[in-house]
Design a protein around this ligand. Structure first.
Ligand code: HEM
Length: 226
């Protein structure tokens, strides 16, 4: 009884933190898509975020707590599942083991690897230190030029687009199972939930991939058309 209660708590932590992370991924993508509105729009958005000051730090700490809790709980559940006697009937009765569900730990690890690279790239500017001091005509950090200059390097663009595939797979199963954990278990709702989760995952795949691809094909250029 104690074991199953602790599993329920862990699954609830996975679901709540997963929901928060889905919200972040969607909001982050919506913010980044402003690159299609031009340099001023993206840089103004980035500057507005910076001006949130302590509130931005509160959001960053909340995000970090969600990431860490999600990963640690996932690891604990994986170990717990491996140690437990396999009970295939219990699992198959609720969720059909799709490719996305079977590869959930693997795609999660790849997304974590991407995130470490992504933070080293755009946040800490370790991979491209020459982008650290880019500023626009208004003296704001020139996030627009930083993104365009980065994605003009095809290996960087390819790495980003490639990382969006495991992210999409992870979201398509994760988003569906979080609804189950949060109580929407009825068989009647499953097709709609699965469909919404896949739609959400494909939206993230298409939206995020469109940015490096648009830069690579020259649809998004440096200010001045270069
Ligand atoms: C093509 C897709 C993406 C682009 C163009 C992009 C762009 C950026 C940029 C420019 C920054 C730095 C913002 C700044 O310093 O002003 C950033 C930060 C960040 N990105 Fe992304 N991103 C993408 C996808 C993702 C994905 C898929 C995730 C999560 C899985 C993610 C998570 C983060 C995080 C956690 C930060 C740090 C936020 C902070 O410092 O407050 N990004 N991203």
């Amino acid at each position: 009884m104690r074991l199953s209660l602790s599993s329920i708590v862990k699954k609830s932590i996975m679901a709540v933190t997963g929901l928060a992370l889905c919200g972040f991924v969607l909001a982050h993508m919506a913010g980044n898509l402003q690159i299609f509105l031009g340099q001023d729009a993206l840089n103004a958005y980035a500057a507005k975020l910076q001006h949130l000051g302590p509130f931005l730090w509160l959001m960053r700490i909340g995000l970090l707590v969600c990431f860490v809790a999600h990963i640690v709980t996932a690891a604990l559940l994986t170990v717990e599942n491996r140690l437990a006697r396999p009970s295939p009937y219990l699992h198959q009765a609720t969720v059909k083991a799709t490719f996305a569900s079977r590869t959930l730990p693997m795609t999660g690890l790849i997304v974590l690897g991407f995130l470490i690279y992504h933070l080293a790239h755009f946040t800490f500017k370790l991979t491209h230190p020459e982008h650290a001091h880019l500023s626009d005509a208004l003296g704001r950090h020139d996030v627009y030029s930083m993104v365009v200059l980065s994605f003009r390097e095809w290996p960087v663009s390819v790495a980003y687009v490639a990382a969006m595939v495991p992210l999409c797979l992870h979201l398509s199963h994760g988003a569906a199972s979080l609804f189950q954990t949060l109580g929407l278990r009825h068989e009647r709702y499953q097709p709609a939930i699965r469909c919404a989760a896949r739609g959400f995952a494909l939206l993230i795949l298409a939206g995020n991939s469109s940015i490096p691809l648009a830069v690579l094909v020259g649809a998004v250029k440096l200010p001045g058309g270069a």
